[in-house]
Design a protein around this ligand. Structure first.
Ligand SMILES: [Zn+2]
Length: 309
């Protein structure tokens, strides 16, 4: 095992016992180390640009796809959702919001509001306690409950907490798509990337059950602004230019929890929402008319209904 992976493994075992401030400090140190050692594979991994066989291109002959998603980690994050929705709506964007069913009380009013306004609701784990993938038994027990929430909420998609994933086990969820992977992201606790900036089908060998995998392809806000302490959106711009060039899917996951809307002093784990606003403005100004802006469920059904892939 590599030194960085050993540190990672120890860290995640000890995590519940470590004060949050120290957790961030140590994760920041590890992230900076990885930043230096992965400069040739992050944020850009060149071989992730190859389109799948039979790739038809994006709808309406657009050059690339833009998919915006959010994971809502806590009740505090949930409270910030309305402000975030307003920002996106004003700029003409729509996104999906993934909620944790059994960590805080998920507001049915907010869910209905999102659906009503043309946004999307997804499921983000079950409890967000880091245990979903600890054993197949645990996963199967929890999958039953997750399936109930998927059905009750009318949700089509799933994202796993901390991007833990096992693409075979995910067949036990009644989903149209999963989005718990990434093309390249050495900063995640389970850092195995799928090395593609295109969606792909995942078919079960025995049952032939199928779902679509939508890898995230732009670095997460937490990594850039909290761990690496970046104060500009240059990394997003660089990666977006490369995705544009290679006609891939720009899929971003940001968290309202970490966004500071300027109403109170920013906490240790917050960054100014202006960074995200800057990104939306930038996409619109620089690439207006050239991208297919889709909700994740729309991107997934485009792939699902396309027989050539
Ligand atoms: Zn999460």
């Amino acid at each position: 095992m590599k030194k960085s992976n050993i540190i990672n493994a120890i860290y995640y075992q000890m995590k519940p016992l470590i004060p949050r401030r120290f957790q961030i400090w140590i994760r920041s140190k590890i992230a900076l180390q990885k930043y230096r050692s992965h400069s040739n594979s992050w944020p850009i991994m060149e071989n992730a640009a190859k389109p799948p066989n039979g790739w038809p291109g994006w709808p309406n002959h657009k050059q690339f796809a833009l998919v915006l998603t959010h994971d809502v980690e806590t009740a505090l994050g949930q409270k910030k959702c309305y402000q975030l929705i307003d920002i996106e709506k004003q700029l003409g964007f729509r996104s999906s919001f993934n909620f944790v069913p059994e960590r805080y009380e998920v507001s049915s009013k907010l869910r209905e509001n999102l659906e009503h306004q043309g946004f999307e609701v997804g499921v983000h784990g079950l409890k967000h306690d880091g245990k979903l993938f600890t054993s197949q038994k645990t996963f199967l027990e929890r999958a039953e409950k997750i399936n109930i929430y998927l059905k009750t909420w009318g949700a089509k998609g799933f994202r796993s907490p901390a991007m833990h994933h096992d693409l075979n086990w995910l067949h036990h969820l009644n989903i149209v798509y999963d989005s718990s992977t990434f093309d390249t992201d050495p900063f995640q606790p389970q850092p195995d990337g799928v090395e593609t900036i295109f969606p792909f089908s995942v078919v079960a060998t025995a049952s032939l059950k199928k779902y679509i995998e939508l890898p995230t392809t732009l670095p997460q806000d937490f990594v850039l602004f909290i761990l690496l302490k970046e104060v500009k959106i240059d990394t997003w711009k660089t990666k977006l230019a490369w995705i544009y060039k290679n006609a891939g899917m720009a899929l971003l996951n940001t968290h309202p929890d970490y966004m500071n809307f300027g109403t109170v002093k920013g906490g240790l784990e917050e960054y100014p929402v202006q960074y995200y606003v800057d990104f939306l403005h930038y996409v619109k100004t620089k690439y207006g008319g050239q991208y297919w802006h889709a909700l994740p469920k729309e991107a997934a059904s485009f792939i699902k209904n396309n027989n050539s892939i």
